[in-house]
Design a protein around this ligand. Structure first.
Ligand code: GTP
Ligand code: MG
Length: 201
């Protein structure tokens, strides 16, 4: 897929204030600092469209990007950041419940999981929550450039094994690195297939 246009459309505390033109949207979520904004920039081939940072919890609102005037990328605030106040955590939960359970234009969720560390409870809990609510999702392993190939394989095998304790079948996944631009074609391919499926249905 060629990305010929990618425009930031705004940052919204509530999806009811977000664009209402009924274009399909693809959400990107994961633990704080997992690399959501970096992945979005890599996919769209824009250096700094989505704001990245070393400070976890930078993205606090729903950030909308209109792509090729056809579909949206939504950069969502991360979860599992310990230094966040109880109030902020409650707000996050409310915003996510609203978004995931009510947003009709949401067609696929990309759940980003750090490929460098053992399975993390917030990731497993969130993936299971999506499953319980029947939301279509893909797991995207991030920062795969940070460890050696055999270590990467081991880490991912451990996460998959953890997931298989809850899932009969392994959810689909893609391995990426925003630094090395790996996984770009796979993620864009999934988006393209989803858009094609929607066009014929
Ligand atoms: P929040 O919005 O704060 O939740 O963070 P985020 O998930 O959007 O993460 P962000 O893209 O800002 O990246 C966090 C840090 O990880 C930054 O320092 C990035 O440079 C780094 N990073 C992101 N992706 C990669 C990657 O693929 N490889 C490596 N080595 N570093 C990465
Ligand atoms: Mg971010």
């Amino acid at each position: 897929m060629i990305i010929h246009q990618a425009d930031f459309k705004g940052s919204f505390p509530d999806h009811r204030q977000a664009p209402s033109d009924q274009l399909p949207e693809f959400a990107f979520i994961g633990r704080s600092n997992v690399g959501k904004s970096s992945l979005i920039n890599m996919l769209l081939e824009r250096k700094a469209l989505a704001r990245t940072s070393n400070v976890p919890g930078k993205t606090q609102h729903l950030n909308y990007y209109l792509i090729n005037e056809e579909w949206y990328v939504v950069d969502l605030p991360g979860y599992g950041y310990a230094q966040v106040s109880k109030k902020l955590r409650r707000n996050w939960r409310q915003m996510m419940n609203q978004y995931f359970l009510k947003r009709e234009d949401l067609v696929c969720v990309f759940v980003l999981v750090d490929a460098n560390i053992p399975p993390q409870k917030p990731d497993i809990d969130f993936i299971n929550w999506l499953g319980e609510h029947g939301l279509p999702f893909i797991i995207v392993y991030t920062k795969s450039d940070r460890c050696k190939p055999h270590q990467l394989e081991e880490n991912i095998a451990a996460i998959r094994a953890e997931l298989l304790q809850y899932w009969e079948e392994l959810p689909p996944d893609v391995i990426t690195s925003s630094v090395e631009h790996t996984g770009r074609d796979e993620v864009l391919g999934i988006i393209e297939e989803t858009l094609e499926r929607l066009a014929i249905s």
